[in-house]
Design a protein around this ligand. Structure first.
Ligand code: HEM
Length: 82
């Protein structure tokens, strides 16, 4: 299995804007989704609400994400672990 760099939640929190790269967490995994922001079916504004933090509170509200293909897509953007 590939090994990824470790980041703190504070470091993830510095990535809230496209010019700083947009990072999110899911479980203990860290993703750089900058290149997906403009491709998001729910809109760039919505995905940026989770920028710099955890996806879970938002995905709990939008069950459209509870499908295998969404996690498969997310996996492609993985850059690290908490
Ligand atoms: C739809 C991915 C974050 C709100 C979708 C879909 C994907 C996706 C693949 C289409 C699913 C389908 O129709 O089968 C992601 C990823 C995210 C993310 C990878 C983070 C990295 C968010 C956040 C919100 C959100 C934070 C809300 C604050 C929505 C909404 C839709 C949607 C409302 C439905 C759009 C529609 O069909 O009209 N998302 N999403 N998403 N997402 Fe996200």
């Amino acid at each position: 299995a590939p090994r990824y760099p470790r980041y703190t939640r504070e470091e993830v929190g510095r990535h809230r804007l496209p010019q700083d790269r947009v990072w999110v967490t899911h479980g203990t995994e860290v993703f750089d989704v900058t290149d997906f922001v403009e491709l998001h079916p729910g809109g760039a504004d919505k995905i940026l609400l989770a920028a710099g933090g955890a996806l879970e509170p938002f995905w709990a509200l939008y069950a459209v994400h509870s499908q295998p293909h969404v996690l498969e897509l997310l996996r492609e953007y993985k850059v690290g672990e908490l």
